[in-house]
Design a protein around this ligand. Structure first.
Ligand SMILES: NC(=O)c1ccc[n+]([C@@H]2O[C@H](COP(=O)([O-])OP(=O)(O)OC[C@H]3O[C@@H](n4cnc5c(N)ncnc54)[C@H](OP(=O)(O)O)[C@@H]3O)[C@@H](O)[C@H]2O)c1
Length: 232
């Protein structure tokens, strides 16, 4: 498939799980992908799978200098940038009174500040290419639950940021999409249910969103696993 031929995409949190699946799916569709995360070894393994199409760029998404370097590196290497996938994310779950200050801060830093930083530095390049921002949110970005105080706050914040960006970038024809999955079978959860979504199913939807037909914007998509009746 060549729908993303010539396109250059940054995928954050690409060392494993959903991010690695999105990187592979985009490459299969013809894109060149800059895979960013902190785990250099895992990123390099992904690069070895697709040496000509995946570039591994270690980056802590919470550090403004590293994020600026990630964007600069991309544009220096490929002379353009078309898609930013803000996928890096962490979840720590506990009632508010028991949630540590460190866990709260880490979730806000990675899930919300990381998304802000990547958008901030990428937007001038995405305006040039009339590109896409795809934010990987969560069902927890619109539905709360006990124990989700920090995680839901970070993902609700991501949804608000996405809405603002949609309005700010409309005239420049930069599309802003949010994909909100339910449970996925990744390392994110200690015991993911066997009926949970696969990272590949989420990646397929991400690909569909950034390859929307001309004139169509898939603004927000929520996808959930179909829960078998015996679990309901
Ligand atoms: N799994 C689920 O049930 C589920 C459901 C809904 C939404 N989501 C969302 O989907 C996204 C992907 O999650 P996943 O399930 O694929 O989780 P995962 O397997 O735990 O992967 C998380 C990714 O985020 C990266 N990351 C964490 N901290 C980072 C930092 N400071 N800087 C850069 N990268 C960082 C990790 O890489 P390094 O550790 O190498 O840095 C890793 O690549 C997240 O935004 C999550 O909130 C997940």
């Amino acid at each position: 498939m060549t729908d993303l031929n010539e396109k250059v995409a940054i995928v954050t949190g690409a060392s494993k799980g959903v991010g690695a699946a999105i990187a592979r799916r985009f490459v299969e569709s013809g894109a060149r992908v800059i895979a960013a995360a902190r785990s250099r070894d895992k990123l390099e393994a992904l690069h070895r799978e697709y040496p000509d199409q995946i570039l591994a760029v270690p980056c802590d998404i919470t550090d403004p200098d590293q994020v600026q370097d990630l964007i600069n590196h991309t544009v220096r290497e490929f002379d353009r940038m078309d898609i930013l996938v803000n996928n890096a994310g962490i979840g720590r779950f506990a009632p508010v009174q028991d949630l540590s200050v460190e866990d709260w801060e880490q979730m806000i830093q990675v899930n919300l500040k990381g998304t802000f930083l990547a958008c901030k530095f990428a937007i001038p390049h995405l305006i040039k290419s009339k590109g896409h921002i795809l934010n990987i949110s969560s069902v927890a970005g619109s539905v709360t639950f006990p124990g989700g105080g920090g995680y839901c706050a970070s993902k609700f914040g991501m949804m608000a940021l996405s809405d603002v960006l949609t309005q700010e970038l409309k005239k420049q024809e930069v599309q802003v999409n949010t994909l909100s999955p339910g449970s996925i079978q990744t390392d994110f959860s200690a015991n993911p249910k066997d009926y949970a979504l696969t990272a590949e199913q989420v990646a397929e939807t991400a690909w569909m969103m950034v390859t929307a037909p001309k004139g169509v914007i898939y603004s927000n998509i929520t996808m959930r696993p179909q829960v078998p009746p015996e679990y309901q």
